[in-house]
Design a protein around this ligand. Structure first.
Ligand SMILES: CC(=O)SCCNC(=O)CCNC(=O)[C@H](O)C(C)(C)COP(=O)(O)OP(=O)(O)OC[C@H]1O[C@@H](n2cnc3c(N)ncnc32)[C@H](O)[C@@H]1OP(=O)(O)O
Ligand SMILES: N[C@@H](CCO)C(=O)O
Length: 305
């Protein structure tokens, strides 16, 4: 939430220079308040887990938020029951005439496929095109960040020799960026991917900025300069045990899988890991909701985007 101060208070400039959000009285007076409308396009097979993880972060705000959960209608879900989808989910067709303040598109375990071989790719392209017209800001996670960078900007994804798997130190790349407000200079984020996007490809696109990266796991946060699209390669939303679940799952399948890095105490998979990224996750989502959604979105949604 911004600090509200009199219009000409000298502290205002000092705080502004420190990237502290200060709102002058005249702006505050003209702000109308209504609940934010956020859609979550859930592409994960483990939909209930992901819903919980995202709602935990999106709920950590003084703002009222109305959520609509979406699943792709062109994909028949194996791992989520029809009843669950019927009860709690809508499809793009149900909402495409509406406007939203924010959209979150989750990761998906389809990295081994080319984008065009993902069975809901055409539908996803329509949703991403719609988001440019009818959503104030869209937050893309992991595979969705690769899909969004490819669809909107032609940035390719590359296979990695070895899965990036673990909890890695990340740093910020830019000063005075609203999405990074309050971030530590170094912070931890879970990464779990077989593919990557590359700095040199993103640097070719004038509309994009790399905001955060990691020496170990590469590009982390990319955003369009107008803040309407945010692409995040890691899984800050993961629970403390999610990487353990993925590790145990792949071992049980007989796959060769390395221990997730910087995760199990003493690298001993018998010991329970603890999270080192939760405060970062909360800050990332609350900064996005506040600065990229709430402060930008028009009161009369349909009239202004
Ligand atoms: C890079 C990232 O974004 S990371 C995020 C992805 N990570 C995760 O999803 C972690 C959780 N997932 C899992 O643990 C596993 O996918 C499981 C255990 C749920 C299922 O694994 P498996 O039995 O090996 O595969 P299964 O044949 O059920 O298909 C898995 C999923 O792949 C996706 N998928 C596979 N092929 C396609 C395709 N051609 N088009 C679209 N989606 C596909 C689907 O989402 C499918 O699950 P769903 O039908 O329930 O949506
Ligand atoms: N996080 C994913 C990577 C595969 O897309 C998993 O291991 O399930």
């Amino acid at each position: 939430m911004p600090i509200k101060v009199p219009d000409f208070l000298p502290a205002k400039e000092i705080l502004n220079n420190e990237n502290i959000f200060v709102m002058d009285e005249s702006t505050a007076f003209h702000q109308d308040i209504r609940p934010l409308r956020i859609a979550i396009l859930n592409l994960m097979p483990t939909k209930e887990t992901t819903e919980t993880q995202l709602l935990r972060l999106i709920g950590n705000t003084p703002l009222q938020v109305e959520i609509v959960l979406l699943h792709p209608k062109t994909h028949t879900s194996k791992n989520t029951s029809h009843e669950h989808l019927e009860s709690f989910y809508k499809t793009f067709d149900d909402i495409k005439d509406q406007y939203y303040d924010g959209l979150v598109i989750t990761g998906a375990p389809v990295e081994h496929l080319s984008f065009e071989d993902v069975n809901y790719w055409e539908e996803l392209k329509d949703i991403m095109d719609w988001s440019r017209r009818q959503v104030t800001s869209t937050f893309h996670i992991c595979w969705a960040s690769q899909a969004g960078l490819y669809h909107h900007y032609g940035v390719p994804k590359y296979d990695l020799d070895k899965k990036i798997f673990g909890v890695f130190p990340h740093t910020t790349e830019k000063q005075n960026v609203n999405l990074l407000r309050g971030f530590d200079e170094m912070f931890f984020v879970p990464q779990s991917r077989h593919t990557e996007v590359r700095r040199e490809d993103i640097e070719q696109i004038g509309d994009l900025e790399i905001l955060s990266e990691s020496e170990d796991s590469g590009v982390y946060i990319v955003a369009s300069k107008d803040g309407r699209q945010v692409f995040v390669s890691g899984h800050s939303e993961y629970d403390p045990l999610t990487l353990k679940y993925e590790y145990d799952r792949d071992k049980a399948k007989g796959m060769e899988v390395e221990l997730p890095k910087n995760y199990f105490p003493g690298d001993n998979p018998e010991k329970l890991p603890y999270s080192t990224w939760r405060s970062h996750a909360n800050l990332l989502f609350s900064n996005w909701l506040n600065y990229y959604v709430y402060q930008q979105t028009p009161y009369d949604l349909g009239a202004g985007i």
